[in-house]
Design a protein around this ligand. Structure first.
Ligand code: SAM
Length: 242
């Protein structure tokens, strides 16, 4: 098992387990005295710990040694128009798995459900990080309307705009040509809502300098599918400059 904890990690530290974590470890996974566990907190790398059960539903972890040093956060930003809750959970998990370092909801004209439960997004991110060996939990940036979200991007950051109306072209070539070969990639990807972007929004995005409008093929994808496709493509072609 691999657990996210809030506390600082150092050799010899003793971490009391939160009740839910103790229950998960001791009763669901049936781990007991002295069993090994990996822990991380997003700051101090990953540590090998041993379980000490202090009751049926209480326990602590004794840190033994660091197994991996902390990795720097990824420089890949994922901008998305919020979707309905269950699909949002999926998108948050996949964005973490695919190495997004900053996740920002963007409110657009056709966004459905602009009440975003950021705690729920965060919980999904932690779960994905626990399962996928990720050390840095992404930063959840507060929601912004589209014009402000575009303005908040550094000018040198390449924006990969997922646009079902863009001409279908070799995406590997399009990304390689758009990225500056002289510097490590600083990229944001933007995926629209279920209803797509309005023409006005599309114009606004395309007019931003340092933006590439990318087609993901001849079919209209659901926003959550487009998110996974574009993040995999960007990681495969350019990486996230970790
Ligand atoms: N325009 C359609 C509509 O009105 O329902 C579909 C929007 S699509 C479901 C949601 C988002 O996924 C789009 O805004 C776009 O960012 C992305 N997307 C879907 N299919 C795509 C494709 N073939 N190429 C690039 N992006 C795509």
């Amino acid at each position: 098992p691999r657990l996210f904890v809030e506390t600082s990690l150092a050799a010899g530290a003793v971490l009391p387990l939160e009740r839910a974590q103790a229950n998960y470890l001791l009763n669901v996974l049936r781990r007991g005295e002295d069993d090994p566990v990996l822990v991380f907190n997003g700051r101090d790398g990953e540590w090998h710990a041993r379980v000490r059960a202090t009751g049926r539903k209480d326990g602590e972890l004794h840190l033994v040694a660091q197994t991996r040093p902390q990795t720097p956060p990824s420089n890949l930003h994922y901008l998305f128009a919020p979707l309905k809750s269950a699909r949002l959970d999926y998108v948050a998990q996949k964005a973490v798995e695919m190495g997004a370092g900053v996740i920002r909801p963007v409110i657009t004209r056709y966004t459905q459900g602009d009440r975003i439960n950021m705690d729920r997004l965060q919980a999904n991110a932690v779960e994905a990080a626990e399962q996928c060996g990720i050390l840095a939990i992404p930063d959840f940036a507060p929601p912004l309307r589209l014009p402000e979200a575009l303005a908040a991007l550094e000018p040198e950051r390449l924006l990969v705009f997922c646009d079902e109306d863009a001409p279908i072209a070799d995406p590997v070539r399009a990304l390689s040509a758009a990225a500056d070969p002289g510097r490590p990639p600083a990229i944001a990807v933007l995926v629209g809502p279920e209803g797509g972007f309005s023409d006005e929004e599309r114009g606004l995005i395309r007019d931003r300098p340092n933006t590439v409008a990318l087609s993901l093929g001849p079919r209209i994808l659901r926003a959550d599918t487009a998110a996974v496709a574009v993040l995999a493509l960007v990681q495969a072609v350019l990486g996230d400059s970790r």
